[in-house]
Write a protein that binds this ligand. Structure first.
Ligand code: HSE
Length: 319
């Protein structure tokens, strides 16, 4: 994403993290929703968030608190650490939130990824895409207290991503079959990732761990071998979903109807409340999505439905 201009406008998309059995280690990008971030480079030596729209005034403008500017500031710190003179590196940042907060769709990740990719482009790309990852992980730490990478890595790199290790950081892109589609339903309630992490048990039983890591291996193998049945059999989270689903009204009904409509599997997107289903083919994904929305009706929650293949493009410039 090279640019010779002083300004850039970048779109980064929503992500589905965890993907059932891959807590904090799996995630994939979808096409929409997403956020747009406009950056203007200047020589003030200051990073400012000058405007945020679409958040109803809820996100902080202070640059050390906003996830988008935190990613950019962390990047500038690294340039300084490498010996660059950053005293005149400044940015004005405008954020257009086009996705809901606390949705389980990686809202903070989308803004911070768009911001850091834009800032990197305006500086002549001193960092590769992968090298930007620690900067956006720092934003996740600000957002929810944990520097998890399963939203930011796919939002940054596109595709379906495995975070094999956090220390040292090792992310791997996973092949996905062409006909893999996703239906994501966002019910209009808000869950903070920080809260949804706090309720998790810190220890798990060995028997449960064996089931979970076997499913994770099964899911990766199914994706790489394009074996849809294996993908379906492996899309199961026996550790986190039973706890977190209690926070999502109608979860069991929605999941049950998704599976009845032919989904390969269904679980919570990230820390919820959005629910995703993986499907074979667009037609099935649309049918599954409709049945999931219908299952929410008795719970009197408004919903948004997104149908998408895995987004392999990642962040892109927009006019
Ligand atoms: N892995 C994170 C969690 C994703 O489940 O808490 C948050 O979107």
């Amino acid at each position: 994403m090279k640019t010779s201009s002083d300004s850039i406008n970048v779109y980064a998309s929503a992500t589905v993290a965890n993907v059932a059995c891959g807590f904090d280690s799996l995630g994939f990008a979808i096409n929409e929703p997403g956020d747009e971030v406009a950056l203007q480079r200047n020589d003030s030596g200051v990073v400012r968030v000058t405007k945020i729209t679409g958040d109803n005034g809820r996100l902080p403008l202070e640059s050390h608190k906003n996830t988008a500017s935190v990613a950019v500031l962390t990047m500038i710190d690294e340039l300084k650490r490498r010996g660059d003179d950053t005293s005149r590196v400044g940015f004005d940042i405008q954020i257009k939130k086009m996705m809901p907060l606390g949705s389980g769709l990686g809202s903070s990740a989308a803004s911070s990824v768009a911001a850091v990719v834009g800032a990197n482009a305006l500086l002549g790309e001193p960092f590769t895409r992968k090298e930007l990852l620690p900067f956006v992980m720092q934003s996740e730490k600000i957002a929810c207290g944990a520097a998890h990478a399963d939203n930011v890595a796919p939002a940054l790199l596109g595709g379906f991503v495995l975070v094999r290790s956090y220390d040292p950081l090792d992310v791997v892109q996973i092949h996905v079959p062409d006909d893999l589609w996703c239906a994501v339903v966002h019910p209009h309630i808000e869950l903070l990732t920080e809260d949804a992490r706090r309720i998790l048990k810190k220890n798990i039983r060995l028997d449960d761990a064996i089931i979970q890591w076997s499913n994770l291996a099964g899911l990766i193998t199914g994706l790489m071998k394009e074996d849809y049945d294996l993908i379906g059999r492996s899309l199961d989270d026996i550790i986190f979903e039973p706890v977190r689903s209690l926070l999502i009204p109608g979860f069991d009904a929605v999941k049950g109807d998704a599976l009845k409509a032919g989904a390969l599997g269904c679980s919570i997107s990230g820390s919820g409340p959005s629910i995703f289903a993986l499907c074979r083919g667009e037609e099935n994904a649309r049918a599954v999505g409709k049945s999931m929305e219908k299952a929410f009706v008795p719970y009197q929650l408004g919903t948004d439905l997104y149908i998408s293949q895995v987004n392999h493009v990642g962040p892109r410039t927009v006019a």
